[in-house]
Write a protein that binds this ligand. Structure first.
Ligand code: LLP
Length: 418
């Protein structure tokens, strides 16, 4: 199924006409397909049958309606903050299916996780082991712990989203795994349950995964030989999608890399996919405000900006842009930009697109992951609202903030009051 497709010349999300939604809801807006989310989740669940825990990475898309769609299918959640934990719980994710990752957990966040009875904490440093131990002991419980190991593997992805290299802040070097687990085993507030790894995001080759998983398997054997009970292996997320012409790593090849390294170790698998489930399930719909001629290039100025969708500005990410009206054959070359006062506010550079004019609607594709979650109110622009579609129904699942609401967030101190 392709959730976003043309029918009678108009781009639809499932059975909803996106231009009709734009008329009612205004632009820009994110639109997610419930069916695509479900299909992508189910593909993962089928690729990893049995007792594997698919813990959707909430950082990719934290909208409650999205989380609830996935939770209804049995999805767990990978959270990295107290806020994400609250969202996962509010969406109905079972606490026993939540893993808590992140290099900088606070005591409050640890307490919240312990009090809700989450599945495990993925601990990223020795000092964190100590603080988690104290926090759990103070509550009279033992914290379920996996240690995130950094395998020093090049994920061959954008440098800003590679996490498995020795020079990054993530995890404990695999060379210190023995000491770190011995350390954890001595702390009475902790209960070792497994190991964890995540080498980066938007990975499109099998080799980095294979290298990391084989290092993980070696480490599990070593830790078991040392007497630790390693019942689960959290292999993180990272599976890439095809944003442009590039091919993604097929899910079955990724699953084969996991199986090849870890089958036979009798582990419960935990996976933390984010992008692979949400990216292609969402688009950002925007209107062309101006078609503008520069000295040497033509610009399309959209009403969405880098505050709404940061990936192109931050990672030079490629996203396809298509008109909502099915295009004819005429083409032109454009720079597609937003209204924000930064040169970085650009969605596509020198892109050959159907000829477009002011007032036309476009969709920026594969924007369902790391889109709305990374939005800001830069330039005092209320970020794009979010809409979820299911068949022929649609609903605003995060409304557009009014400018007054934004302005109302600020406070004037007493010495500046009139
Ligand atoms: N688990 C951990 C510990 C992570 O740090 C991440 C992503 C994931 C799972 C999910 O990874 P995924 O399956 O989505 O690749 N904002 C960037 C991506 C940052 C990813 C951060 N960590 C982007 O827009 O490309």
């Amino acid at each position: 199924m392709t959730a976003f497709h043309y029918r009678n010349g108009a781009l639809r999300a499932e059975d909803c006409d996106l231009a009709a939604i734009a008329e009612k809801a205004g632009t820009p807006f994110y639109c997610y397909s419930g069916a695509a989310l479900e299909e992508n989740y189910r593909a993962f669940a089928q690729a990893f049958p049995g007792d594997a825990l698919i813990a959707f990475s909430v950082k990719a898309n934290g909208n409650l309606a999205v989380l609830k769609t996935l939770a209804a299918l049995g999805s767990g959640a990978d959270v990295v903050s107290g806020g994400e934990l609250k969202k996962a719980l509010a969406a109905g994710v079972a606490p026993g299916r939540i893993v808590f990752s992140g290099v900088g957990k606070t005591k409050d966040e640890m307490r919240a996780g312990l009090e809700s009875g989450i599945c495990q904490f993925n601990v990223e440093s020795e000092p964190e082991l100590e603080i988690l131990n104290e926090t759990a002991a103070a509550l009279g419980v033992r914290a379920p712990v996996a240690i995130r190991l950094n395998p020093d593997v090049d994920a061959r992805t954008h440098a800003k989203i590679a996490t498995g290299g020795a020079e990054t802040k993530f995890g404990i070097p695999v060379s210190r795994a023995r000491q770190a687990y011995a350390h954890a085993a001595r702390l009475p507030g902790l209960r070792i349950v497994g190991v964890d790894m995540h080498i980066g995001s938007q990975i499109t080759e099998k080799a980095p995964f294979a290298a990391a998983f084989s290092r993980l398997a070696e480490t599990i054997r070593m830790l078991r030989a040392e007497g630790h009970e390693i019942a689960s292996a959290d292999v993180g997320g990272g599976l890439g999608v095809a944003y442009g012409a590039g091919l993604p790593l097929p899910l079955k090849d990724y699953a084969a890399a996991v199986a090849r390294a870890l089958d036979g170790l009798k582990l419960r698998l935990i996976l933390e996919p984010g992008r692979a489930i949400a990216a292609e399930a969402g688009v950002l719909v925007s209107r062309v405000l101006y078609a503008k001629e520069g000295e040497s290039r033509s610009f399309l100025v959209l009403d969405a900006g880098m505050n709404d969708f940061l990936r192109p500005a931050l990672y030079d990410a490629y996203h396809e842009i298509v008109p909502l009206n099915e295009p004819g054959p005429a083409r032109a070359v454009y720079d597609v930009v937003g209204p924000v006062c930064e040169t970085a506010d650009i969605f596509a550079r020198q892109r050959t697109l159907p000829v477009l004019k002011a007032g036309d609607l476009v969709a920026i594709l594969s924007a369902g992951a790391y889109g709305a979650v990374m939005a800001s109110a830069y330039n005092a622009r209320p970020p794009a609202p979010e809409i979820l579609v299911k068949g022929g129904r649609w609903s605003v699942v995060r409304p557009r903030l009014s400018e007054d609401t934004l302005v109302g967030y600020d406070r004037i101190p007493d010495w500046l009051q009139d």
